[in-house]
Ligand binder design. Structure first.
Ligand code: ADP
Length: 184
C-alpha cells in the first residue's frame, strides 16, 4: 500500500514520473490537471468553470477541486493506494486533504518534491506546447507555484513525510531514484 503526493514545478516531470510509478505500483495516478483538461475537452460544467483560470495560469478555485478529490479518493481503486499529482497545490488544499484522509482512515506515506531549477522547466515547457504552455502563462504558473505551492514543502517537512529527488536528470534515472525511494 503506497500513498504518495508529488510536488514540483510545472515541467518538473512529475506527471510523467507519477504515471510511470503508479503503473509499476499498480495504483491509480490521480492528476487534477488531467481531470480538469478532460472536463474542458468534454465541455462539462466543471470544465467550463475551470477553463478561464487555466488559460491564465491561475489556480482554479478550491471549491472546484475539493469535492472532486473527495469523490476520487472514495472510489474502490483508491483504497489500495494512490499517487496524487497536482493536488494539493496550496495550504488550504493540504489542510483539506489532511482532514479527508483522517476521515478515510488513511495517511500519506510521503510527499515527494521533484526538484528542477526554474530555468530548466521554462525550456522544457516551451518545447512541450500544451495549450496552456505559452510564455506568459508559464511565467504566471511559476509565480503561482512559488507563492502558493512551495509552502507545502515546509508543510510536509514538518510532518516528517517530505523526500526530495533531483529531477534535473534523464527521466530513467529519476524513475530509478523514485522506485528506490518507495521500495527502500
Ligand atoms: P502544471 O503542473 O504543468 O501546471 P497541471 O496539469 O498540474 O500542470 O495543472 C494545469 C493547470 O490546472 C494549473 O495551472 C491550474 O490552473 C489547474 N489545476 C490543476 N490542479 C489544480 C489544483 N489542485 N488546484 C487548482 N488548480 C489546479
Amino acid at each position: 500500500m503506497t500513498r504518495l503526493i508529488f510536488l514540483g514545478l510545472p515541467g518538473s516531470g512529475k506527471g510523467t514520473q507519477a504515471a510511470i510509478l503508479a503503473g509499476l505500483l499498480n495504483i491509480p495516478h490521480i492528476s487534477t490537471g488531467d481531470i480538469l483538461r478532460n472536463a474542458i475537452a468534454q465541455v462539462t460544467p466543471l470544465g467550463q468553470k475551470a477553463q478561464s483560470y487555466m488559460d491564465r495560469g491561475e489556480l482554479v478555485p478550491d471549491e472546484l477541486i475539493l469535492d472532486l478529490i473527495r469523490d476520487r479518493l472514495n472510489q474502490p481503486d483508491a483504497q489500495n493506494g494512490w499517487i496524487l499529482d497536482g493536488f494539493p497545490r496550496n495550504v488550504s488544499q493540504a489542510a483539506f486533504l489532511e482532514q479527508l484522509l483522517q476521515e478515510l482512515n488513511q495517511a500519506c506515506d510521503r510527499a515527494i518534491n521533484l526538484e528542477v531549477p526554474d530555468e530548466v522547466v521554462v525550456v522544457r515547457l516551451l518545447a512541450r506546447k500544451r495549450p496552456d504552455d505559452t510564455e506568459q502563462t508559464i511565467r504566471r504558473r511559476l509565480e503561482v507555484y512559488h507563492e502558493e505551492t512551495a509552502p507545502l514543502i515546509d508543510f510536509y517537512r514538518e510532518r516528517s513525510v517530505l523526500s526530495s529527488i533531483n529531477g534535473d536528470r534523464p527521466p530513467e534515472e529519476v524513475t530509478e531514484s523514485l522506485h528506490h525511494l518507495v521500495n527502500g
